[in-house]
Design a protein around this ligand. Structure first.
Ligand SMILES: NC(=O)c1ccc[n+]([C@@H]2O[C@H](COP(=O)([O-])OP(=O)(O)OC[C@H]3O[C@@H](n4cnc5c(N)ncnc54)[C@H](OP(=O)(O)O)[C@@H]3O)[C@@H](O)[C@H]2O)c1
Length: 248
């Protein structure tokens, strides 16, 4: 597939590497220009381009930017054809994204993103920590392969996102509609807890919506206390142990 990725931070960098390794044609961009993209992002054949170029003539777009920056890219996304599959990896963290009243009032994060963009999206890769994404990929069929939930409203969006999750080294797990995607938001048992396909279904069902924000914020508070800020990502085992203790 021809894929454009906006955002080459913790998550976007690994997706650029993996999807290029899987022989997709990958273009990547950030807001500061192609010259600022580190060479390791491009190690497997992805090309650094401008944001406009990243979205030109692609089958799928992956947004891997902070949720609070979604509005910045909305005008560019509005130019895409209706058939283009837009997959968003974002999560709402008030300390980073500033308070978004609609989400604070209970709007499902992916529905808020779809509303900002004025189009359907798929939600994927939001519920795996960046270190697990980078280091815990496994070939399809591996018994302990980690599953990643995928939510979408359109069948093609769902199928493409599930296939690309598989190509990134993880089992894509159909988690239903965008309206249901709060089951994979921060604070949920399925969020960043590195579960297998068998474990993922029950974990999604076990989510309790009213508890998610408190559990999300507890996780951030512990990470800030132990790591010094809210942007350093913990090593995978420590991070997964912490989030399992709080969310499951
Ligand atoms: N970190 C995790 O473990 C994790 C796990 C799952 C999901 N997520 C979610 O995935 C998203 C990305 O997370 P991350 O940790 O990868 O973030 P990050 O490391 O801060 O990287 C964000 C990337 O987005 C780019 N960016 C920001 N605004 C942009 C714009 N307007 N146009 C184009 N590029 C832009 C940044 O580059 P410039 O600033 O140079 O433009 C940077 O490359 C977030 O919503 C996050 O909540 C994160």
């Amino acid at each position: 597939m021809k894929i454009g990725i906006l955002g080459v931070g913790h998550i976007g960098k690994t997706l650029a590497q993996r999807l290029a390794q899987a022989r997709h044609s990958v273009k990547v961009a950030n807001s500061r220009g192609p010259d600022t993209i580190a060479p390791d992002v491009l190690a497997y054949g992805a090309h650094a381009v401008t944001t406009e170029e990243a979205l030109a003539e692609v089958d799928a777009v992956i947004l891997s930017i902070p949720l609070g920056r979604i509005a910045d890219v909305a005008p560019l996304i509005a130019r895409l054809s209706d058939e283009t599959v837009v997959i968003d990896t974002s999560n709402y963290y008030p300390f980073r994204d500033d308070k978004i009243e609609a989400i604070e009032a209970g709007q499902v994060e992916s529905l808020w993103v779809a509303e900002q963009l004025g189009r359907p999206i798929a939600k994927a890769w939001n519920a795996i920590g960046s270190v697990s994404l980078a280091h815990k990929a496994a070939p399809a069929g591996t018994a302990s392969r980690i599953a990643i939930p995928v939510a979408a409203d359109r069948e093609n969006d769902r199928e493409v996102a599930l296939a690309l999750v598989n190509d990134s080294g993880f089992d894509g797990f159909d988690a239903g509609s965008l309206a249901d995607s709060w089951h994979q938001q921060p604070g949920a048992p399925a969020y960043c807890t590195d579960l297998t396909r068998e474990e993922m279904g029950p974990a999604l069902i076990a989510a309790e919506k009213a508890r998610l924000p408190k559990r999300r914020d507890l996780g951030v508070a512990v990470m800030q206390e132990r790591l010094g800020d809210g942007t350093t990502n913990p090593d995978a085992d420590w991070g997964v142990r912490l989030v399992r203790a709080i969310n499951m």
